[in-house]
Design a binder for this molecule. Sequence first.
Ligand SMILES: Cc1cc2nc3c(=O)[nH]c(=O)nc-3n(C[C@H](O)[C@H](O)[C@H](O)COP(=O)(O)OP(=O)(O)OC[C@H]3O[C@@H](n4cnc5c(N)ncnc54)[C@H](O)[C@@H]3O)c2cc1C
Length: 415
Amino acid sequence: MSTNYDCIILGGGPAGSAAGALLAQGGMSVCIIEKETFPRFHIGESLLPAGNETLRRMGVWESIEQTDFITKQGAEFTYGSGDNCVHIAFRDGLIDGLDSTRQVRRAEFDQILLEKARGSGCDLCQPARVTAAEQTDQGWNIKLSQGSETEQLNATWFLDAGGRGRFLGSRLKLLTTDVPLPKRFAVFSRFRGVKRREGDRAGNIIVIRILDGWFWSIPVSESETSVGLVCTRKYLNGGNQEEIFYEAVSSNPFMKNWMADAKSVEPFRTESDYSYIHERFAGERWFLLGDAAGFIDPVFSSGVYLALKSAEAAADSILAARDRGVLSKAEQTAFTQNARASMKTMEQLVCSFYHPKDFSVFMHPRNVFSVVSAINSIVAGRSDLNFQLWWRFLFFRTLCRINRLVPLAPRLQLD
Ligand SMILES: Cc1cc2nc3c(=O)[nH]c(=O)nc-3n(C[C@H](O)[C@H](O)[C@H](O)COP(=O)(O)OP(=O)(O)OC[C@H]3O[C@@H](n4cnc5c(N)ncnc54)[C@H](O)[C@@H]3O)c2cc1C
């Protein structure tokens, strides 16, 4: 294995593997450093159709189609008893080609992507942890530890795809903007015996809004369903996580029925306090990809999609700047602005979801000027808004604002 590369990528999750595969396919020498041995558990099982393009471009979509991952054709949103349910069937969206994707078990999905990166020509250090990154005149000097051994590698470009550890962002002391929402935590497990929709809806994610948060129900195989609760810390109230989860299930009529025969097949896990966005995502010879750049509440399942898109954009920027070996200020700004705009769209959607009055507009859809079809396409992942989506999304948010003052949609009883 070499010690000099064009690109070193920290992290072999979806962002790292996608960037690695595309850069290696473009003729760059790439080393991916991943601290975990795969397959390993990771949360984030519900993909968005708009991410399929990047998976196709990597050349990995066929392998995904050959798995038993469940086909996801839509997303459903409900609350209380579940009688009022908004069903977003992706095929009804304003933008063509976003009809479906898959619900994935991330241990297997991430391994398929990392194998693709390796098969495309990337070197892989695994399990190995990046411990230090130093900028030099020519690029980067990266230190990694592999068991008791330490090693040093050099590269022109350094890409942080290490997730919410924010390795490079914290070392470069980049500012973060907080997403204007209270801190939340998630508690989740996999279950057998959770009810299922039928027909085209069987693979849908179902999001169940409760007073201070929401549940997800994601079918991850024929028999198993991932179910999680996301809520504010005030739910904690001294109880343990499993108790909090079951207490919230029994307080919600839809969930009580949906989970009546459910048994968990894995220990419960938790994730906490997670939303932030860095002020910059790129510099002269570095990029922040996926969660390393920013993380938004997962209610619209946007994480993997945003990770794949930022990886693709970074790979294109590096390939375009390959002869110069450096990004211009304008290129750095463009990269940040484009990735940020997509994140901001998702953030605005998330904020509408959490505001009870905005949520009541969302839950009483009227397809005036095809606004509902536009929201459908954004929920399918088209967060890089073209004009036809942009003005309709603005219209939707304006309706929400008016509804905060004058009731346009009936108020909802969420508890
Ligand atoms: C509760 C919850 C539910 C979610 N649900 C969804 C969902 O349904 N759909 C969805 O799309 N997203 C979801 N997400 C978000 C999703 O998990 C992430 O957005 C996605 O995994 C980001 O991919 P990534 O490649 O940026 O980072 P990651 O997938 O986190 O990959 C980072 C990799 O870097 C490695 N690494 C870290 N530090 C180092 C180091 N120093 N050296 C070497 N390797 C290192 C890690 O081991 C890891 O493998 C959810 C998140 C949470 C918290």
